[in-house]
Design a protein around this ligand. Structure first.
Ligand SMILES: NC(=O)c1ccc[n+]([C@@H]2O[C@H](COP(=O)([O-])OP(=O)(O)OC[C@H]3O[C@@H](n4cnc5c(N)ncnc54)[C@H](O)[C@@H]3O)[C@@H](O)[C@H]2O)c1
Length: 525
């Protein structure tokens, strides 16, 4: 899928959307439309009069109606009104319609540019500068979370600004990047998916609170990607502290966590230093937990480099470490600022690890997305051949499913538990076989087959559908049955799982392919 072909400018009044938009459209040979001007053209009156007659609510209704139409057009640079982002439905239209660019300016500059303008109804107050400050506080986080690109307008001249913006737009298009949002109010964050993202500093810079980061990675990933990411940031004046840990699930523990704290403290890292996790799920979980706890919380960015981490562990904010008595027993919910899933990094991933990631991809199809399951049946060979477009599609679809679930149930009070399909059995398999012998994804595949069998015994899933599930795992290079640990061992290991509530094990089972449910109503035999 290619990038949408409209460019949407958002930002406060006075940020320069109309001037920049007009010039940008001219350079790119696109049509320019200003949504406020369009409302005035259609109503035949100026905006202040609409506010006077219909109030802000009446104006916003008109704005929504106009945006819903403009967003369906093609090859347009669209300058939006400052408050266009306030309604969720508008944000959806804008996001779906094109690349969203936030023109960000300081309140001081906004005031200078708007103070003689009588066509801004919200600024007709005794203290317009205070009003602008209030609007900035309210809207800046919304613009940030919506934007694919943030441009600080500063003092630079308009030609320079437009040139830089065109550069950013072409960088993004060259990589065919796609962006989704995990919608968690003020803690929302973008997930960028595409090839070559490690070279794109502009995807990271707007999320840094200071020009200092610690990149946490391991001895396998460091020689492959640490220099690349460090150079991208260093070229922009960001100082980088590399923290290279030993590789493996066996090191996802308190000793390794302490190595991160030690490096951060010895190098006097501060509350504003961002931790960047560069690696698979182990590095992501460890780094996220370090970020949640170091100085009671520092900013954190995920740069996942395994398929499993790109489709699952880097999204949703679960962080943590293992305890000798159980996996992921110590942890915190802590959301990243941004996730960069660079599909180029998958080129070096061992085949077995690619397959392990596919287990979590198949999981989304099974629990809530039958069309995706069917797509996987038809495209498994392309995925195994690492076809970039197929991988990007599978990652996007997986992240969309996860983002929707996480947005509606961040802390696993309900529907998020469905993501644990195969995991209660899977954790028992991982522990029972000895951590590291079965990869997490392999154990999830084995666990899912057990869950499918149990669903059939409950009278829900048909035999054909159990077989269909087995076959897809098999084609993905994954186990299609669970190891025989013995019932007692399974019950023992599962008793330690976090999915236990009031002494009862809660299972995620399948009603059909594409529909899952949680139940504690399963007899031990
Ligand atoms: N937080 C969550 O929501 C969540 C969800 C699912 C899984 N997890 C956790 O994720 C972990 C599993 O993650 P994983 O499967 O990514 O394992 P992993 O992090 O151990 O990575 C697998 C292997 O691939 C190597 N590697 C990583 N990127 C590479 C690349 N681009 N090229 C070559 N080698 C590369 C790693 O060094 C490692 O040896 C488990 O600890 C699991 O509990 C967490």
């Amino acid at each position: 899928m290619s990038y949408p072909n409209n460019i949407i400018l958002v930002g406060l009044m006075g940020a320069g959307k109309t001037t920049v938009g007009r010039m940008l459209a001219k350079h790119l040979g696109m049509r320019f439309i200003d949504s406020d001007h369009e409302i005035e053209r259609r109503t035949g009156v100026k905006i202040p009069l609409i506010f006077e007659l219909e109030g802000e609510e009446g104006f916003r209704n008109r704005e929504t109606a106009v945006l819903s139409q403009l967003c369906r057009m093609d090859n347009v640079v669209l300058a939006t009104g400052g408050g266009a982002v306030l309604r969720e439905e508008n944000r959806k239209f804008l996001k779906q319609s094109g690349i969203v660019v936030y023109l960000r300016a300081q309140v001081r500059d906004l005031y200078q540019r708007t103070r003689h303008d009588k066509n801004r109804p919200l600024l007709q107050t005794a203290d317009p500068q205070a009003k602008l400050r209030e609007l900035f506080g309210q809207r800046d986080p919304i613009y940030r979370q919506l934007a694919d690109i943030i441009m600080d307008t500063g003092d630079q001249n308009i030609h320079g600004l437009v040139r830089r913006l065109i550069q950013k737009l072409t960088d993004g298009q060259a990589s065919n990047m796609q962006t989704l949002t995990v919608d968690l109010g003020a803690r929302s964050y973008p997930i960028h998916i595409g090839a070559g993202l490690l070279q794109q500093a502009q995807l990271i810079l707007p999320h840094l609170a200071q020009k200092r980061v610690a990149i946490v990675t391991n001895t396998t990933v460091a020689p492959l990607y640490l220099d690349q990411l460090s150079a991208t940031l260093a070229q922009q004046g960001v100082s980088v502290l590399p923290i290279v840990l030993p590789d493996g699930e066996a090191y996802k523990n308190s000793e390794t966590l302490n190595q991160i704290y030690n490096a951060l403290l010895e190098n006097r890292c501060e509350r504003k230093t961002t931790l960047i996790a560069l690696g698979g799920g182990v590095i992501g979980d460890l780094t996220g937990y370090a970020a949640a706890t170091f100085l009671r919380g520092v900013p954190f960015i995920q740069v996942p480099t395994t398929l499993l981490a790109q489709v699952d562990s880097s999204v949703g904010g679960k962080t943590g470490i293992n305890h000798p008595l159980g996996k992921n027993m110590i942890g915190a919910f802590y959301q990243p600022q941004v996730v960069l899933a660079d599909t180029s990094t998958l080129d070096t991933l061992p085949g077995r690890e690619l397959s392990a990631g596919l287990a979590e991809v198949i999981k989304y199809g099974l629990i809530r997305d039958l069309p995706f399951f069917e797509w996987l049946e038809n495209n498994m060979d392309r995925l195994l051949a690492r076809d970039k477009d197929a991988l990007a599609y599978a990652i996007r679809r997986s992240c969309e499913n996860k983002a929707e679930i996480v947005a509606s149930d961040e802390r696993e009070g309900g529907v998020r538990a469905l993501l644990n399909l195969g995991h209660t059995f899977g954790h028992a398999i991982e522990a029972g076989m000895g951590y590291g012998n079965w990869l997490h994804g392999e154990a999830v595949a084995g666990g899912t087959v057990l869950a499918a069998d149990l669903s059939q015994r409950m009278g829900w899933l048909s035999e054909q559908d159990v077989e269909r599930t087995r076959r897809l795992f098999q084609r993905a290079g994954l186990p299609d049955h669970a190891p025989d640990l013995g019932v007692d061992a399974y019950l023992d290991f599962m008793g330690l799982d976090k999915k236990v509530e009031g002494g009862k094990i809660r299972f995620v089972l399948l009603k059909s392919i594409g529909e899952a449910l949680v139940t504690a109503d399963v007899a031990a035999d």
